[in-house]
Design a protein around this ligand. Structure first.
Ligand code: CA
Ligand code: CA
Length: 361
């Protein structure tokens, strides 16, 4: 990194000097996640004159698994469903696989003082009851998706606010859902959910969705293309705070854990060398460690496979069960069960040998 960049980031850290990370001429172009001069279009979109526009469902690749939409129809692939949604935005993704009778996904906010805020509660399609979201890993990225789904066009305002919850929730909230989104989903149903145990209600995620009342257009704020204001220090940090990505598309440098593409776009560091092109100029996947190549067959995997095919009884291990000994005059003590056990092993070895002789492919 050049000395000038380091100095700029240093100043940025201590003062609100960060406007200089933004390219003002570029900002006048009002680039968003739909600007294919800056970013890749989604697979269900195509780039025409610098803008991502909807593909028709038949233009999607044919391979994939079936998904169900909120319009009750099932589609051959996720791409087909998303291209249909791109044309008809009310028909959102519901679940992977075929449609389930009365399958329903919902997001709601509880315990807020207004309808635009609260603890986030989700009803997954294949779960009977609603569940709360875990605070851990809940970020503005997931919150933007949740608020957008709830009808707040500019996404979320903040994720830090805590809410007063009833006493019984303190006791009962032993489970929550860990959710991960990429940020451009149109429904939380498209994000990945994992069920986790939680120790207390303070581990639950809350959100304040963005409305005209929550606007704070202070001097140090940045105006996203969608009209939302975010703190200047949240621009060019690799995180899509705006929801339309406009805070990350006109950067001369990046702060935090993010990487600058030659196109002036900041992407999260975790997108570097992740096997997917994220910079349209491709440098996030250049200079990565050489891909590993298996040069010999994995005989250990074969050994495990063979082991799994063998009978479960272990030959040669003396059974622990106590046996009754009978004294024979002039002879050795008789161990009846042990003799049976060895006979059993001999039969097994014989059968295995037969199998080898007659059933080799
Ligand atoms: Ca940002
Ligand atoms: Ca990448």
């Amino acid at each position: 990194m050049k000395l000038a960049h380091v100095t700029l980031l240093f100043l940025c850290f201590y003062k609100s000097f960060c406007k200089d990370l933004l390219d003002n001429k570029c900002l006048t172009e009002k680039y968003t996640h739909l600007s294919c001069n800056k970013v890749f279009c989604q697979p269900w979109q195509k780039c025409i004159d610098g803008t991502c526009v909807c593909k028709l469902p038949y233009q999607c690749p044919k391979n994939g698994s079936r998904v169900c939409s909120t319009n009750g129809k099932s589609y051959l692939t996720y791409c087909q469903q998303k291209s249909f949604e791109c044309l008809q935005p009310r028909a959102k993704f519901l679940n992977n696989g075929t449609c389930i009778a009365e399958g329903e996904f919902s997001v709601s906010l509880k315990y807020g003082t207004t309808t635009s805020e609260g603890i986030v509660e989700v009803k997954l399609v294949d779960q009977d009851k609603k569940m709360f979201i875990c605070k851990k890993a809940w970020s503005i990225v997931e919150a933007n998706v949740a608020c957008l789904e709830l009808g707040f066009q500019q996404g979320a305002f903040e994720v830090q606010k805590s809410f007063e919850v009833p006493e019984d929730l303190h006791v009962n909230s032993t489970e929550c859902l860990h959710v991960h989104c990429r940020g451009l989903e149109t429904s939380l149903a498209e994000c990945t959910f994992i069920k986790k145990r939680t120790k207390n209600y303070q581990d639950l995620a809350g959100v304040v969705c963005y409305t005209q009342n929550t606007v704070s257009s202070a001097n140090d704020s940045f105006r996203c293309v969608n009209g939302k204001y975010i703190p200047q220090k949240k621009t060019c940090n690799g995180v899509n705070d705006c929801g339309d990505q406009s805070d990350e598309l006109c950067c001369k440098g990046c702060r935090g854990k993010s990487f600058l593409c030659k196109s002036g776009v900041c992407i999260p560091n975790k997108y570097k060398c992740n096997g997917e092109l994220d910079c349209i100029t491709g440098e996030d996947e250049i200079g990565c460690k050489e891909e590993t190549e298996l040069l010999t067959a994995n005989m250990d995997a074969e050994r495990k496979r063979i082991k799994s095919l063998l009978p479960k009884l272990s030959c040669g291990v003396k059974p622990i069960r106590p046996t009754r000994r009978k004294r024979v005059v002039g002879g050795k003590p008789a161990e009846i069960m042990y003799v049976h056990f060895h006979i059993c092993c001999l039969v097994l070895i014989f059968l295995t040998a037969l199998r080898g002789k007659y059933f080799v492919d």
